[in-house]
Every structure is written in C-alpha cells, then in structure tokens.
Design a protein around this ligand. Structure first.
Ligand code: FPP
Length: 247
C-alpha cells in the first residue's frame, strides 16, 4: 500500500519522507511507572492518560491520519475493581475533555464491545462518535473492552447471519468481507505498532489489521513516552523495507 505524505508543522524537515498512515499504540507500563515511585497503580493510569493526550496532539500536528490506542482489553476486567473503575473514570473525563482539547476535524471511533460498559459511558461514547462522524483530518480509535480474537469472532457471527438471511453467498466471502465487519473497517491496516515498557508482544491488539505491520518496541514506560520517542519510532519505521510479500 502506498503511504501518502501529509506532513505538516515542521515535520517536513524533521521527519522522514514516508510516515505511517496508521499507528497503533499499546499503552503499557503504567503500573510499573507508579510502582517505581511508590504510588498506587491508578496514578500510573492517570499519567498514562496525560501521555495519551500529548501523543494524540502531536500526531495531529505532524499529520498522521489514523491512530489507535489499546486502552482496555477484554482481559483487563480481571484487574482489581478499584483499578478498573479508575480507568473507566479516565474514559469519562476524556470524553468530556476531548471536545475542548482536540478541536474539530478529529473523528473518534471506539473499537470493542462497548455494551459491557456502564450505560452512561456507552451513551457518552455513542454521542461522541456521532458528533465527530464527519470529521476527516484525523481518525482516533480507542480500543476499550477490545480483543482482536473477539473482534474476528464478532465479524464471523455477522457474516454468518448475512449468509443465513440470504444476503451473502458463501463463495463471495473473502478478506475484504471480513475486513468490512471489523471495528476498524473504515481505517487502513495498521502500518506501525508501538509498544513501550519492554514487552515484546501484540497481546491480541489489531491482530487481523497488523498482518503487514512493522513493530517498534522500547523500554520506556508509557507515562514517560514523549513525542521525541515517537520521532525515533518514525525514523526507524522509515528505514524498514516493507515489501508486503513482494521482492
Ligand atoms: C497497561 O499498563 C495499561 C492499561 C491496561 C490501561 C491503559 C489506560 C490508560 C493509559 C488510561 C486510559 C485513558 C485514556 C483517556 C487514554 P499496565 O497497567 O499493564 O502496566 P504494567 O504492565 O506496568 O503493570
């Protein structure tokens, strides 16, 4: 896939020619960041949410059109209740705040099964998605109660229903059909996945969409991740020879 260049605000001089169109961030290391300081884990998430805001703004400044953040996985419900509540409250704050700090032109999409969230949060999410649906400059995707396998299973159920209803022939099902039923169906495949905190795993994030992604790992913990760190990842990305199966 050709990567289009829409750099702006000084990124033209500072950053390489080929920037990714879609970056996925696994926001890992919040708990360790807090532990190192003798603070409760929830403090780490609060700091992580601040980093999130800085990185979103920076991506917008340099003209990255699609960004995805792994904020809460289908497995994260197993965490202590107070930690889960603290993260949910950060989502609430974010949804209220986001209208102020990211001015128009950013579309917000949530990836995952939001039907398991509190009703007030579901409503806020639906409103935000609706109110931003026509914005085109950047698309920000927030994965909440998200798992890549659950996403593919969900797509499969919907495709099976279409076949059952006579709206789709089995022989017509191809990769594009599956893609059309993913939460990310309006975005291009992810080009670059960034995971801080020294873990070298995908952890069920965008597993279909990352088939040809490049990976960037760093020991920096997510609350310490800065636009400078992102620049390093972008420079590294630009040096990788992406062949998509060709030669
Ligand atoms: C992983 O770090 C982080 C999470 C499971 C939660 C991420 C959530 C946020 C950054 C806040 C979300 C809110 C907004 C508004 C973006 P970890 O807790 O597993 O860290 P550890 O591996 O060091 O324990």
């Amino acid at each position: 896939m050709a990567i289009f260049n829409n750099k702006k605000n000084g990124a033209e001089e500072r950053l390489p020619e080929n920037l990714p169109q879609h970056i996925g961030f696994i926001m890992d290391g919040n708990g360790r960041w807090a532990k190192k300081r003798g603070l409760p884990r929830t403090f780490g998430h609060t700091e992580g949410a601040k980093t999130f805001r800085k990185i979103v703004r920076y991506c917008k400044d340099i003209g990255i059109p699609y960004i995805s953040f792994y904020a809460f996985s289908t497995e994260n419900w197993k965490r202590p209740k107070d930690e889960v509540n603290a993260i949910m409250n950060l989502f609430r704050e974010y949804i209220i705040d986001v209208r102020n700090y990211l001015s128009e032109n950013t579309r917000m999409i949530f990836l995952g099964d939001i039907s398991e969230l509190d009703e007030d949060l579901q409503q806020k999410i639906r409103d935000l998605e609706y109110d931003t649906k026509d914005y085109k400059e950047m698309t920000l995707m927030m994965a909440v109660n998200y798992g890549g396998r659950a996403e593919i299973a969900n797509a499969t159920r919907q495709i099976a229903q279409k076949v059952k209803d006579g709206e789709l022939e089995i022989s017509d099902i191809n990769e594009n059909t599956v893609n059309d039923f993913l939460y990310t169906h309006e975005a291009p495949d992810v080009d670059l996945i960034i995971r801080p905190s020294g873990e070298l795993r995908l952890s069920n994030f965008l597993i279909w969409q990352s088939a040809y992604a490049e990976y960037y790992f760093t020991d920096v913990l997510w609350p310490d991740f800065t636009p400078k760190e992102l620049d390093k990842a972008l420079i590294e990305f630009s040096k990788r020879g992406r062949r998509f199966g060709g030669v």
